[in-house]
Design a protein around this ligand. Structure first.
Ligand code: BES
Ligand code: MN
Ligand code: ZN
Length: 495
């Protein structure tokens, strides 16, 4: 059942637990109520009820009051937008709506009156509501009704045109995929071994025109995937590689998406400190984003060939684990000296990228929770984007901007390459600590031919919100990069 729906009933006569309206500061201590279909007298009554509890309309303010008699819904939720320039600030609107819906747990149905009826406004409101109505409760044995996320959100648009219907349907599909990705990220690591992640990838596209191939440890051996095998061999739960192929008839472009799928990263023999190690269950967030994006792209029927690659392993210390000093032979034949077993993401990606380049797609994008250095450089909300091709990097960042995700361009400075030199093998898996996000990117670039457009997105920070929820972003898995991937692939349909 979809969470979002569209209706053209008048706001005042719509039945719902709450009617959500947006407000901005007015003259003196007054507020202005926005939204098509709210009459002047209804607006005044709502404003008076809000002013009586000192609502100001400032950005992010959320005020709940019992509805005035003229309104059928029981409660009014007023979301402050501040002195908003309605045309430019989509993220401000998404955050405000998102936190109001997120905070409305226990309600069954919310009806939202968007501040205006522009397509972009309806899109922002619908996406924020879809992503705000999320909670991960699969492992809670009691699930109190008051903690349940909002189950149904109706967007009220007078006489909804075809455009509004399409927006709601698409937003439902993409939003559902983002929430699916969040669920995968939030799933505890004992419940999500590499084989489980592979099975989840397969299940996620059941009934969709996507074919799935899974390499088990024997097949990985046969295909010389030394990187994935090296990382996976410390775990009793063997590694996997998944390829998801969506090849709609008539597609003229091909995009490959590659996601790091470390189901738990202890660091291996180069073991991590205990503090916050639990967060390393999110080290498969790149893989989860690729799986979610494949599901959305195939559901939307976008006319672009898309191949998703998920190298999955659990990085554990044990008697069978790889050692610092071991040399691995990757799929493409390049040998790697493992100087630090905690730099494992690049090892599994090396094999997957080596396979992805054989198809020579128009673009390869990999996404990974690759380095702590990403968080030092850009903080926990902005992803770092590196590439061997300026146009491709710009295309990905433009897609992120259009989708509403924070991503920023980063260089791959040649002077860092010698720090990856190995005395024994072709390359070492760690380089200079300073610029660690960039040396990781440079390592990956070694597996990409110079004429193959390739972009690398480091989402170590943005994939997992270890702090409190904000806007439409919950605590835990965020679903980072899914919306960007859908937008990027759509962009290829416009070429
Ligand atoms: N999965 C981690 C990166 C990470 C750290 C993601 C914190 C999210 C939050 C990655 O495998 C890792 O351990 N990287 C090392 C690389 C180093 C050994 C060169 C790091 O960043 O410390
Ligand atoms: Mn690691
Ligand atoms: Zn890792």
């Amino acid at each position: 059942m979809s969470l979002l729906s569209l209706a053209s009933t008048k706001p005042a006569t719509t039945s719902a637990d709450s009617l959500l309206v947006t407000i901005t500061p007015g003259r003196g201590k007054k507020v202005v109520v926005h939204g098509a279909g709210i009459t002047a007298s209804q607006g005044t009554k709502i404003a008076e009820a809000l002013q009586a509890v000192s609502a100001t309309g400032k950005a992010g303010e959320i005020t709940r009051v019992p509805s005035p008699a003229a309104i059928k819904a029981s409660t009014i939720i007023a979301v402050g937008l501040g002195d908003r320039d309605a045309d430019t600030d989509g993220e401000k609107l998404r955050r405000a709506i998102g936190s109001a819906v997120r905070g409305s747990t226990g309600q069954r149905k919310i009806a939202i009156v968007p501040p205006d009826t522009d397509d972009s406004t309806i899109t922002d409101v619908a996406m924020a509501a879809r992503l705000g109505a999320y909670a991960f409760t699969a492992f809670k044995s009691s699930d109190p009704a008051t903690a349940r996320p909002v189950r149904s959100v109706t967007i009220l648009v007078p006489a909804p045109a075809g455009a509004a219907r399409e927006i709601i349907d698409k937003t439902e599909t993409v939003g559902e995929a983002v929430c699916f990705t969040r669920d995968l990220v939030n799933t505890p690591p004992n419940a999500l071994a590499p084989a489980d992640l592979a099975q989840a990838a397969k299940d996620s596209v059941a009934g969709l025109p996507v074919t799935v191939k899974i390499w088990d440890e024997k097949a990985l051996e046969k295909d010389n995937c030394g990187g994935i095998l090296g990382v996976g061999k410390g775990s009793s739960r063997p590694p996997r590689l998944v390829r998801m192929t969506y090849a709609p008839r008539g597609a003229t472009s091909h995009v490959a998406l590659v996601g790091k799928g470390i189901t738990f990263d202890t660091g291996g023999i180069s073991i991590k400190p205990a503090a916050n190690m639990d967060e390393m269950k999110a080290d498969m967030s790149g893989a989860a984003a690729v799986i979610g994006a494949m599901r959305a792209i195939a559901s939307l029927g976008l006319s672009v060939k898309v191949t998703g690659w998920v190298p999955a392993a659990e990085n554990m210390p044990s008697g069978t684990a790889q050692r610092p000093g071991d040399v691995l032979r990757t799929y493409s034949g390049t040998t790697v000296e493992v100087l630090n077993t905690d730099a494992e993401g690049r090892l599994v990606l090396a094999d997957a990228l080596g396979m992805a380049v054989e198809d020579a797609p128009d673009l390869i994008v990999d996404v990974a929770t690759l380095t702590g250095a990403q968080r030092i450089a850009l903080g926990s909300r902005t992803a770092g984007v590196m590439a061997n091709n300026d146009d491709a990097r710009t295309q990905v960042i433009d897609a992120a901007n259009a989708a509403g995700e924070a991503m920023w361009p980063m260089p791959l400075p040649e002077d860092l390459r010698p720090s990856l030199d190995s005395a024994t093998a072709d390359i070492a898996n760690i380089g200079d600590r300073l610029g660690g996000m960039l040396s990781a990117g440079i390592f990956l670039s070694e597996f990409i031919p110079a004429d193959q457009p390739w972009v690398h997105i480091d989402i170590a920070g943005p994939a997992f919100n270890e702090k409190s929820a904000y806007g439409y972003i919950p605590k835990g898995g965020t679903g980072a990069a899914v919306r960007t991937f859908v937008e990027l692939v759509e962009d290829f349909t416009r070429d």
